[in-house]
Design a protein around this ligand. Structure first.
Ligand code: ADP
Ligand code: MG
Length: 653
């Protein structure tokens, strides 16, 4: 079964190497009970690690069941350990956070045995080893002898053709040691090949063949004269005979089982260090909640700003005389006239034109007086400006021709002149300056940019020109661009058109779309800025996760060694730690989203002007993001764990 030929093992020491094993030739047949005996430091454990495929020889050949182990990759070696070997260590090497059953079933998890079968077999093994009433105990609640019996049960879990025991009685009192040796003899009687490593001749006497090794060389290899051969099982048979591992399930089920194991281990690890896990998670919670809240806030203010802009009217150009606002000459420039507006109205890209003039005057109704801005506008004005009526109607094209004295007042004026809410302004006659006008409509208060505390009233522009200004020049021409035409092109066309008419550029054009674009660009910049800050906070959180995972791995090097010894693949170890990292991040992500939603809720409750607009996409992205952080920042530590050398890991304290 086992065949070593010329096997050596060297360790690097200083400049050169030191040979711990040299030229070992050893054959073990199936069913043998061999003791490897030697002084401390003679190389027994090194030899046993090679026999158990935990370690590789530096030279020579090791064939197991005729198969050369030199060509096997780490996962194939893990498979050999899983399927054929059972390790019993001097210090038991049980996982402290798992119960006796939990420890016993680990090898079967990596072998893909279904959960129910696994637990039943583990419980049966523990019962037969006299631990029926200790099944749910943790290692810390068991005596040394009991712990060693749990580790024997674990070794037998997958069948164990070969049981490898390295000083199994070394840490035990005489009686417990006796029990363990009896169990080993029984196992051998049932057909398991047993290789027992010891420095104690008394212990070695229990075997049927004794190999003595000294300074890394075999000095004698003889059958044990003291061994009667019939010292076999006196008590109940363990009935665990070696053989193929219990039937394993389909690949998918096995994968799910291993995944469940990682999940279980991750939860245990997180619970074992609650405070640490919580603080690490906090980094992710802060990162995710700030991303979600910032994006929601950004979207909320963007929507608010855009709805404000749309109150300015969209697709509109407003043409003023002069170079810019505040041009002192603009009052003297009389070139912007009605004819310009009428000419512009004939252009194909223009959907509507309204001239505007304005002045200020006093409104009088009964005893109440107030000064107001008097706007002379065309009938299209209200549509272009997207003004809405509160009550009544707007004046029509006929009003301009007739210089009618119908007036539309805004909500501010209505409130000032008609403080009694039961009194309807419609149909009332007010004095504007000295001109009596009949109120036909009240406009709604404008939201956003148009809003102010000013009082404004609207008359036909002809009325204002003739009755108030005595002048036919215009304050501005307000122009709605056809929907199909780009406002920037329209602005250029309008500029070119008027320069041709005036012979000079004595006007300027205000493009409301420009304002929208500027504000949109500003909010986009802000959103990018917020996103950058959020990403930075997530990266900081991720580094926290990486840091804590490195700690977690280095704390559990021994556990990793044990898992590898019982047959965990590298991918199993990788997955275990990656799962832990992802779980920390994902839970952090869920809490982060909850915090962000709560923030929006609280702000809304407090009646704040901040509006949070959450989107499902952001929330999904937040979960995706936290998973990604877990994978990215958990990978390095998990990868490091998976690449540990099993022997070195087991030797770590
Ligand atoms: P034992 O017979 O007591 O089980 P070991 O096989 O553990 O002896 O060790 C044999 C020798 O190999 C010892 O002298 C030990 O110092 C040396 N040795 C074991 N492991 C290493 C290692 N990883 N690096 C260097 N030397 C080692
Ligand atoms: Mg040793």
């Amino acid at each position: 079964m086992i065949s070593l030929h010329g096997v050596g093992r060297e360790y690097p020491a200083g400049e050169g190497t030191v040979a711990v094993l040299a030229d070992i030739d050893l054959d073990v047949r199936a069913g043998e009970f061999v003791a490897i005996m030697g002084a401390s430091g003679s190389g027994k454990s090194t030899l046993m690690n090679i026999l158990g495929c935990l370690d590789r020889p530096s030279s020579g050949a090791y064939r197991f069941k005729g198969r050369s182990t030199a060509e096997l990759d780490p996962d194939e070696l893990a498979e050999l350990r899983r399927e054929h070997f059972g390790f019993i260590f001097q210090r038991y090497h049980l996982l402290s956070e798992l119960s006796a059953v939990g420890n016993t079933e680990i090898p079967a998890i990596y072998a893909g045995t279904p959960g129910a079968v696994r637990q039943e077999r583990a419980a049966a093994l523990l019962t037969r080893l006299g631990l029926a009433d200790r099944i749910a105990h943790r290692p810390g609640q068991l005596s040394g002898g009991q712990q060693q019996r749990v580790s024997i049960a674990r070794a037998l879990m997958n069948g164990a053709d070969v049981v490898l025991a390295d000083e199994p009685t070394g840490a035990l009192d005489r009686r417990s040691g006796e029990e363990v040796l009896k169990i080993l003899a029984e196992l051998n009687a049932e057909g398991h090949t047993v290789i027992l490593v010891t420095h104690d001749a008394q212990v070695a006497r229990r075997a049927r063949r004794i190999v003595v090794i000294s300074d890394g060389r075999i000095v004698s290899d003889e059958p044990n004269p003291a061994e009667s051969g019939e010292d076999g099982p006196a008590g109940a048979s363990l009935g665990t005979g070696p053989g193929p591992t219990p039937p394993s399930v389909g690949r998918l089920r096995a994968f799910v089982a291993r995944f469940e194991e990682s999940f279980h281990m991750a939860i245990l690890a997180m619970l074992a260090h609650r405070m640490r896990t919580f603080l690490t998670m906090l980094g992710i919670v802060i990162g995710i909640s700030s991303v979600v809240a910032m994006v929601a806030l950004g979207e909320g203010s963007r929507q608010k700003v855009l709805s404000n802009i749309s109150s300015l009217g969209t697709n509109t150009l407003e043409i003023f005389p002069g170079k810019d606002f505040g041009d002192v000459r603009s009052a003297r420039i009389k070139t912007l006239v009605l004819a310009d507006a009428e000419a512009l109205a004939r252009e194909t890209w223009v959907a509507g034109v309204t001239p505007t003039v304005s002045t200020s005057s006093t409104l009088r109704y009964g005893a109440i007086e107030a000064s107001a801005q008097v706007n002379g506008v065309g009938p299209d004005y209200f549509e272009v400006k997207a003004t809405k009526l509160k009550t009544g109607r707007f004046f029509d094209a006929g009003a301009a021709r007739a210089m009618s004295q119908e007036i539309v007042i805004d909500e501010n004026s209505a409130k000032t002149l008609f403080p009694d809410p039961s009194e309807s302004p419609i149909g009332k006659v007010i004095l504007v300056g000295k001109v009596p006008c009949t109120i036909i409509g009240v406009t709604q208060k404008q939201q956003g940019f148009g809003a102010s505390g000013n009082l404004s009233v609207f008359l036909a522009y002809t009325t204002v020109q003739v009755r108030f200004l005595g002048d036919t020049s215009l304050r501005s021409i307000l122009l709605r661009v056809a929907d199909t035409v780009d406002t920037t092109l329209a602005e250029q066309a309008a500029t070119a058109f008027l320069i041709r008419r005036h012979g000079t550029k004595d006007f300027f054009v205000l493009n409301t779309d420009d304002i929208r674009q500027t504000i949109t660009a500003t909010t986009t910049t802000l959103a990018l800025l917020i996103a950058a800050i959020a990403v930075i906070s997530l990266v900081v959180g991720g580094i926290g996760v990486m840091n804590i995972m490195l700690v977690s791995v280095s704390e559990r090097v021994k556990e990793i060694g044990v898992r590898m010894a019982v047959g965990a693949r590298r991918s199993d170890i990788l997955r275990q730690f990656l799962t832990e990292a992802v779980l920390v991040c994902l839970i952090g992500g869920v809490l982060g989203v909850a915090v962000a939603l709560a923030a929006g809720f609280v702000f809304a409750l407090l009646g704040s002007t901040f509006v949070f607009v959450y989107s499902a996409t952001t929330i999904l992205a937040a979960f995706g993001c936290s998973t990604l952080i877990g994978v990215v920042f958990g990978w390095l530590p998990a990868h490091g764990a998976a690449r540990l050398d099993p022997v070195a890991a087991l030797a770590r304290d």
